[in-house]
Design a protein around this ligand. Structure first.
Ligand SMILES: Cc1ncc(COP(=O)(O)O)c(C=O)c1O
Length: 446
């Protein structure tokens, strides 16, 4: 049984698609009501980090819910919120971040991060800092300012009149860029662009630079060249611009380290988490900041002037803490390292050769595969062919789930799909995933 609009009463995202009805899941597998098995190769929207039906998570959350599910974060804190913040602050100590707020979606955490940065500048006596730098392609969420900050022209088309203006620079994207050698020459190229922008706009008019530490579906999981963030950081410091690391997708262990920033020795001023923070068992996101900046706010405005109903809600803290505790107790990041590197190697060895595949890249448990019309010239398919969407629908028919994205080649064309299995997957799961990805590609009629 599947649901197609107008059946039922759900406001379905697609009004033409068939939606299978999922009954349950276990590990990397999902089962629909007809008993069909799916390999959930991308954790839904790169969310499920610790597998479906994970009893340790379920028990951790249930125990807290039976104590107290909700208190207003404006009036109370709770033992579970304190424990959750302690755990995250301990993990974030090497990054210099030590204060945590919980919210309930990535977009909300991004909005809060942007407001925090702006308020901090005002509280420091620099109200003229009103501009935000973002990167394109890039994605920071679907609420109106997070969407404004997203370098995705096709998402913005309809809402243009409602969006705010932001400044943009190019996002490091190794498959398509003007330099010969991305790793050794890429940084110079992207930094020159940033320097030009700073000169044109005036560094002292900018309050923050927001970026995905490792890109998600906007470029298909491209990481920047290794020295990129050091150079960005030097420039931001020089001009007094705050760095906001959006690790909603690449954080919480997805990249093989808990924070993607750890790969680059990056110490952002503000960092946001979401998605895998609790593996999908409860909506929760996090804003991580530095106590010294809160001290500045305390002396000036008095407090961070932002709150929402679910700020620090115990149910969300329970969900996040259950996942964090699972990772600590099972040493998931270390014990999964060899399976994660097997995933990257196998995808590069077995998938990259396929005639439809232009590039395979990724870090840890995150990977992106770009589909092209011509491997030699990197020419993308025309958007009208809807290759990414058709491939992912075909793969779903064969029983493997990927996350598609489009438009990365030139703002309109470009087809890719994302891979992101649970970070506690075994090498056997990695092998099955690679094998079935190849099968789906082989049986796909472009
Ligand atoms: C990097 C990044 N930031 C922010 C968001 C927004 O998160 P949410 O969809 O939970 O609002 C996403 C979602 O895909 C994301 O990938």
């Amino acid at each position: 049984m599947s649901i197609t609009y107008p059946a039922g009463h759900v406001l379905l995202r697609s009004l033409t698609k068939n939606y299978p009805v999922i009954s349950h899941g276990k590990g990397i597998e999902l089962f629909d009501q007809d008993g069909k098995r799916y390999l959930d190769a991308c954790g839904g929207a790169l969310v499920v980090t610790l597998g479906h039906g994970n009893e340790e998570l379920v028990q951790g959350i249930a125990q807290q819910l039976s104590r107290v599910a909700y208190v207003n974060g404006m009036q109370f804190t709770s033992r579970i919120m304190e424990e959750c913040a302690d755990n995250l602050a301990k993990k974030a100590a090497p990054l210099g971040l030590d204060r945590v707020a919980l919210l309930s979606s990535g977009s909300e955490a991004v909005e809060a991060a942007i407001k925090f940065a702006r308020q901090l500048c005002v509280d420091r006596g620099e109200p003229k800092r009103t501009k935000l730098i973002t990167r394109t392609p890039g994605y920071h969420g679907n609420t109106l300012y997070a969407l404004s900050a997203s370098g995705r022209p096709h998402y913005k088309k309809l809402y243009g009149p409602l969006l705010s203006e932001v400044l943009t620079v190019s996002c490091p994207y190794g498959y398509r860029n003007p330099v010969k050698d991305y790793e050794s020459q890429g940084t110079d190229h992207y930094i020159a662009e940033l320097e030009q922008l700073l000169q044109k706009e005036g560094g002292d008019t900018i309050f923050a630079f927001i970026f995905e530490t490792i890109s998600g579906s906007s470029t298909g999981a491209w990481a920047p060249p290794q020295d990129y963030f050091q150079r960005v950081s030097d420039l931001c410091k020089k001009h007094g611009i705050l760095m906001i690391a959006d690790e909603v997708l690449c954080g919480s262990g997805r990249s093989g380290k808990f924070f993607a920033s750890e790969h680059f020795g990056l110490k952002p001023d503000i960092l946001v988490l979401g998605k895998g923070l609790n593996s999908g068992y409860m909506p929760v996101s996090a804003l991580l900041v530095q106590q010294k900046d809160l001290d500045t706010m305390k002396r000036s405005s008095g407090y961070f002037m932002h709150a929402q109903t679910y700020l620090q809600a115990p149910c969300m803290a329970a969900a996040a803490l259950a996942a964090l505790t699972y990772i600590d107790r099972n040493n998931t990041l270390t014990s999964g390292a060899s399976a994660a590197s097997a995933l990257q190697q196998q995808l590069r060895r077995k998938i990259a050769e396929h005639p439809l595949v232009g590039s395979v890249t990724g870090t840890g448990w995150l990977a992106g595969v770009e589909l092209v019309k011509n491997k030699e010239t990197k020419a993308p398919f025309a958007r009208a062919e809807k290759v990414a969407e058709r491939f992912v629908a075909h793969a779903q028919d064969t029983g493997i789930i990927f996350w598609p994205n489009v438009g990365q080649a030139n703002g309109t064309d470009g087809d890719l799909f994302m891979i992101g299995p649970p970070i506690n997957s075994s090498t056997a799961v990695v092998e099955e995933l690679t094998h079935r990805t190849l099968q789906a590609l082989d049986s796909f009629a472009v």
